[in-house]
Ligand binder design. Structure first.
Ligand code: EPU
Length: 422
């Protein structure tokens, strides 16, 4: 077990580079399964979740080779079709192989991920959608099993623009017989990235970037090469860090157009955001003002930046209401933030945060990737030292987090936690 030890009082200044998006690359890797041969992905972040997906693909018979930020995936003629519980429970995004495997192999058996730290996260829309495409989907002994000799195109309406369901259905529909429409589809930039990779593999997809995707199934796809889009959540994390520490940071590679609502909130908090050629700058002077935030599917305020904005509001001037509409259990993090002295009350979907002049360092636990990052940010402005435990969660999504913080002037180090006696 490792922890980060964060000394409060740093002002972040300088430049930080954003790598490829976790939530995009994991699905790109799954999509590679759709074609026999070697696909090549570049700008792949060096994070734990990518290593887990690489392991999953290897167990399906693929050869996965990493060189620098390039990952080469060679898919055999007949890949395996089973994703084991030991990997799926570590990374829920493993469910992304369900669609490609059933489309490619006629059968997919993927362990049910179970609950996680940010909610129960159902799979009903994945199942209903695949069923509409002609698959028989059952659940046995903790596995979701989908079977279809050949999927057939159909109209699918999603009750909620689920990112994961949209992706699984897209990856299934590209090899289905006939035309599929997905209505109320998610519009996250990660979905656009996936569509573009699938198109370069030979898929025929219309309405890319809109809430209605129209897919004309093809007989087969070919391997392709693709550059992963920059991670908007990581970019947004650095932007909030700059505001929180009253610093000045240039987020190299960050795409301001993918963060419009979030950056606008930071401007409301008092920051100056300056678009640049290959990134954007964020500068903050003085104490931030509290900002109300409502999380929504893209292009709304991203749920993955909600914990960071809660940290920001915890030291801002005034009171803010933060409303979480995407994940019901994301408030687990609040208990940790209150250990640092934050004044936060939650009620249902809402959290009321009364800004305090200061937070005070304490040991806290990261329950998930984003909560972990948000606790580190809070630790940067807390008096004294904050120990963030269970940092493996942060490693799942942030490449070189400590090194990048140190390069920006923070006093943060990684430590191995000595074994506890029981
Ligand atoms: N939902 C259902 N049924 C379904 C699918 C989703 O009820 O069949 C519910 C979920 O329970 C949740 C909501 O719909 O309450 C949104 O779920 P969605 O499917 O959109 O999210 P996801 O695909 O599970 C991805 C990201 C999350 C990100 C969300 C929303 C990956 C690997 N994960 O999750 O990222 O928060 O979209 O943008 O792409 C993170 O990176 O820390 C993270 C949690």
């Amino acid at each position: 077990m490792e922890r980060f030890v964060v000394a409060g009082g740093a002002r972040l200044a300088g430049e930080v580079r954003v790598t490829g998006a976790k939530n995009s690359v994991l699905k790109l890797m799954a999509a590679a399964l759709l074609a026999e041969g070697t696909s090549r992905l570049t700008a792949v972040p060096d994070i734990l979740d990518v290593a887990i997906m690489a392991e999953l693909l290897s167990r399906l018979g693929c050869t996965v080779v990493r060189a620098g930020d390039t990952v080469q995936i060679t898919v055999p003629e007949r890949p395996g079709h089973e994703a084991d519980y030991d990997l799926v429970r570590r990374m829920r995004a493993s469910i992304a192989v369900l669609g490609p495997l059933v489309a490619r192999c006629g059968e997919a058996k993927v362990a049910l991920p179970g609950g996680d730290a940010i909610g129960s996260r159902g799979l009903d829309m994945h199942v209903a959608g695949l069923t509409r495409l002609g698959a028989t989907v059952t659940s046995e002994h903790g596995y979701l099993i989908a079977r279809a000799p050949r999927l057939t195109g159909a109209s699918v309406w999603l009750d909620f623009p689920s990112v994961g369901a949209t992706e699984n259905l897209l990856m299934a529909a590209v090899l289905a017989k006939g035309t599929t429409t997905i209505d109320n589809a998610a519009r996250e930039p990660d979905i656009v990235d996936l569509c573009q990779f699938l198109q370069s593999m030979g898929a025929r997809i219309g309405g890319v970037g809109t809430s209605t995707l129209e897919i004309d199934g093809v007989e087969g796809l070919h391997p392709a090469e693709h550059r992963t889009l920059p991670d908007r959540i990581v970019a947004g994390t650095w932007a909030v860090a700059a505001v929180l520490t009253r610093g000045e940071v240039f987020v190299r590679g960050g795409r301001a157009e993918h963060l419009e609502v979030a950056l606008d909130k930071l401007v409301q908090a008092g920051a100056v955001v300056t678009p640049g050629v290959d990134g954007f700058g964020v500068r903050m002077e003085g104490r931030p003002r509290a900002v109300d935030v409502v999380t929504l599917p893209y292009p709304g305020f991203p749920t993955d930046l909600q914990p960071m904005v809660l940290s920001l509001n915890a030291v801002a001037e005034g009171t803010a209401m933060v409303t979480e509409n995407v994940f019901e259990a994301r408030w687990m993090f609040v208990n940790e933030l209150t250990r640092l002295g934050a004044d936060v009350r939650t009620d249902g979907h809402h959290a009321v945060v009364r800004g305090r002049e200061r937070l005070s360092g304490a040991p806290v636990r990261a329950h998930d990737i984003r909560a972990g990052a948000a606790l580190v940010l809070a630790g940067l402005v807390a008096e004294g030292t904050t120990e963030v435990h269970d940092v493996a969660h942060i490693d799942r999504g942030y490449e070189g987090f400590v090194d990048k913080l140190v390069a920006l002037g923070a006093d943060v180090r990684r430590e191995v936690v000595p074994d506890e006696p029981f």
